[in-house]
Each structure stands twice: as structure tokens, then as C-alpha cells.
Design a protein around this ligand. Structure first.
Ligand SMILES: NC(=O)c1ccc[n+]([C@@H]2O[C@H](COP(=O)([O-])OP(=O)(O)OC[C@H]3O[C@@H](n4cnc5c(N)ncnc54)[C@H](OP(=O)(O)O)[C@@H]3O)[C@@H](O)[C@H]2O)c1
Length: 239
């Protein structure tokens, strides 16, 4: 039987992934850290390290368990993350950025990976962009100028990506939940009160029965942090 939180989550993720195979879409796992009051940072556009050392190691293990790791351009511009696996053994997942106007800077750390171009999802047809450090993936966007996430996942599946870890930021996490496309969540809750920028904003739902639900739930403390994980279920009648 698995004993550590890492072992438990690895086993759970693998089993859950098998249950989704028939859907022919990548498993989408939201993995991020928040304060006790639900903030992921103080202000949007600013980095804030919330996870303790052990939770950070867990994040690296989670990355190693996914084929792709996806963030929004807001996170790239704020944090300039590497999104690699450094705190444990394992292969770094393919970096994917939602960035409709291709604002990702050439000196972004995601564009410096040896032998792996960053995949940049955009809505604009820009044949004049000829950068060697990125691979453009074109999808449609909505009237609100948000990239069509269903189409993003379909293309990732075609490219052989079977699992995607969505690490943030708030707009992207919110959008995946709103679209009902996030399958599971691994949340690190750090013992801070921030009163800042929340991951989940307005989901546009007004009745309790419609609210996404996490079921079954798992919790375990790790250092000073609390790790909470479970499958996401959508739609009315999920009580
Ligand atoms: N605590 C944590 O675990 C954690 C993790 C990650 C980030 N963060 C923090 O979160 C903040 C960044 O979050 P953010 O909300 O400002 O930005 P974000 O979610 O990282 O990126 C949002 C941007 O992605 C693009 N996008 C394209 N299609 C989208 C879609 N369908 N849905 C949503 N976004 C789409 C949009 O830019 P375009 O219109 O230009 O395409 C949008 O403005 C930073 O301060 C960072 O430090 C915290």
C-alpha cells in the first residue's frame, strides 16, 4: 500500500487516467498553491512563493507524471517559470503556453529548454513570426478573445499528449473549470492569509446543484501545508 502523499497521488492519478481513456482527450489536472483564504498571489502579475519545501518537491513529482504542463501568458510574464522537473527524478513535461497574441519574450526561460521548443497556443495567423524557440499552435478564440480550450485539448491529444498539468494562473484555472474541462485537482493550501488574487473567480453559476464538486476527496498534511486532491464533477445533480 502507498504510504507517502506522493505515492498516494501518483497511484490515484494513474488510476483516474485509465478511467478517462475512452474520452480521447488528455487528462487535465489543476495543480496550484493557495493561501488559506484562497489567494494564489498578492496582486496579479506578481510572483508569490506559497508552497513549503516538501510541497514544492511534490509539485515537481506531479510535473514528472504529466506529458504536458500548461500555463497562461500572465504567469510567464509574472514568474518567468521553468516548469521543469528538478527536485526529483523524471522527465520534464512539454511546456505549453496560452498566449493568443504571442507575447512570450524570447528570453523567457520556457524558450531556453535544450531540445524542446515551447508550444505557444495562439489564435492569430502570423506567418511573419519565425522564431526558432517556439512552436505555434493555432486555435479559434471566443468573442471574449479566449482561446478555445476544447480545441487546444483535441490538438494536444493528436500530438500524443495524454495528460496535462495546468499550473496557473487564475484566468487559466478559472477558464478550465468554467468549460468543465479540468478532470482533477491537486491543491496545496499554505498557512498564510493573503487577501489577494483568487484562483477561482466568477464561474457564472448560481445554484448549488450546478457547482463543480470534488469527489472523492483526499487530504494530507505535508510540512506546514495541506494537500487536497480529488476528481472534479460538473453539472446539476452531482450532489
Ligand atoms: N500560486 C500558484 O500556484 C500560482 C501558479 C501560477 C501563477 N500564479 C500567479 O498568477 C498570476 C498570473 O495569473 P493571471 O490570471 O494574471 O494570468 P494567467 O492565467 O497565467 O494567463 C492569462 C492569460 O492567458 C491568455 N489566455 C488565452 N486563452 C485563455 C483562456 N481560454 N482562458 C484564460 N486565459 C487565456 C490570456 O492572454 P492573451 O489574451 O494575451 O492570450 C490571459 O490574459 C501571477 O501573478 C502568478 O504569479 C500563481
Amino acid at each position: 500500500m502507498p504510504k507517502t502523499v506522493s505515492d498516494k497521488i501518483e497511484r490515484w492519478l494513474t488510476q483516474h487516467r485509465q478511467s478517462l481513456v475512452a474520452l480521447q482527450k488528455p487528462q487535465v489536472t489543476l495543480c496550484y498553491a493557495q493561501s488559506w483564504d484562497g489567494s494564489i498571489t498578492i496582486r496579479p502579475g506578481e510572483a508569490l512563493a506559497l508552497s513549503g519545501d516538501a510541497s514544492m518537491r511534490l509539485t515537481h513529482l506531479l510535473r514528472s507524471l504529466h506529458d504536458g504542463i500548461l500555463v497562461g501568458i500572465g504567469t510567464v510574464l509574472a514568474d518567468n517559470p521553468q516548469l521543469t522537473v528538478r527536485e526529483c527524478e523524471g522527465v520534464s513535461p512539454q511546456a505549453i503556453v496560452l498566449d493568443s497574441a504571442v507575447r512570450i519574450p524570447e528570453n523567457a526561460r520556457l524558450c531556453q529548454r535544450q531540445g524542446q521548443k515551447c508550444w505557444v497556443v495562439t489564435s492569430v495567423d502570423q506567418p511573419e513570426i519565425s522564431r526558432q524557440d517556439i512552436e505555434l499552435i493555432r486555435v479559434a478564440s471566443s468573442a471574449e478573445n479566449e482561446l478555445d480550450l476544447e480545441q487546444v485539448l483535441a490538438i494536444l491529444w493528436q500530438k500524443g499528449v495524454r495528460s496535462v498539468m495546468v499550473e496557473g494562473g487564475a484566468k487559466v484555472i478559472n477558464a478550465f473549470i468554467k468549460a468543465g474541462l479540468a478532470d482533477a485537482i491537486v491543491l496545496t493550501v499554505a498557512p498564510r492569509l493573503v487577501g489577494g488574487y483568487k484562483a477561482i473567480d466568477n464561474l457564472g453559476l448560481s445554484h448549488k446543484a450546478e457547482l463543480p464538486r470534488i469527489r472523492p476527496i483526499h487530504t494530507q498534511s505535508l510540512g506546514d501545508d495541506l494537500i487536497m486532491w480529488g476528481e472534479l464533477h460538473y453539472g446539476s445533480g452531482n450532489d
